[in-house]
Design a binder for this molecule. Structure first.
Ligand SMILES: [Zn+2]
Length: 160
């Protein structure tokens, strides 16, 4: 039995914050605003897994008004979501994600993001796709005001 889930996440980009995507600190003069480490890629993947499980979203499990999650490592939150998936008897088959960011170009950093996510998801790296697109200089992403991520995930029921 298979289940599919989708997740999207947007964070505002501001000066004085690190830009973390898939657990990788990206060299940038702007970073993502948010309560945890504001890792939009990891948040979108987490929401996709929760969606496949019909378990709400990240905000339900890790409320942003809870000081416990302030500056939290989002890969740690994803690990908890994966634990939940295993509790439901599911494993990850594959993930496909698109990061929409005007700059910098992510071509050379996606390998690290894929490795971090694969390790946390407990799958091989070739089961995790991370694509990078710009906003073509229009809308919030294109003006460099935001980073947006879309992710889709497939889960399979463990056979045992
Ligand atoms: Zn987020």
């Amino acid at each position: 039995m298979f289940r599919v889930g989708i997740g999207t996440d947007t964070h505002r980009l501001i000066e004085g914050r690190p830009l973390i995507l898939g657990g990788v600190r990206v060299e940038s003069d702007r970073g993502a605003e948010g309560h945890s480490d504001a890792d939009a890629l990891t948040h979108a993947v987490s929401d996709a897994v929760l969606g496949a499980l019909c378990e709400g979203d990240l905000g339900v499990h890790f409320p942003d008004n809870d000081s416990q999650w302030k500056d939290a490592d989002s890969l740690e939150l994803l690990a908890r979501v994966i634990w939940l998936a295993h509790e439901h008897g599911y494993r990850i088959v594959n993930v496909d994600a698109t990061v929409m960011l005007e700059q910098p170009k992510l071509r050379h950093t996606v390998a690290g993001m894929r490795a971090n996510l694969a390790k946390t998801l407990n799958v091989e790296v070739d089961c995790v796709s991370v694509k990078a697109k710009t906003g073509e200089r229009i809308d919030a992403v294109g003006r460099g005001e935001a980073v947006t991520v879309q992710a889709i995930v497939l889960l399979a029921k463990e056979s045992n």
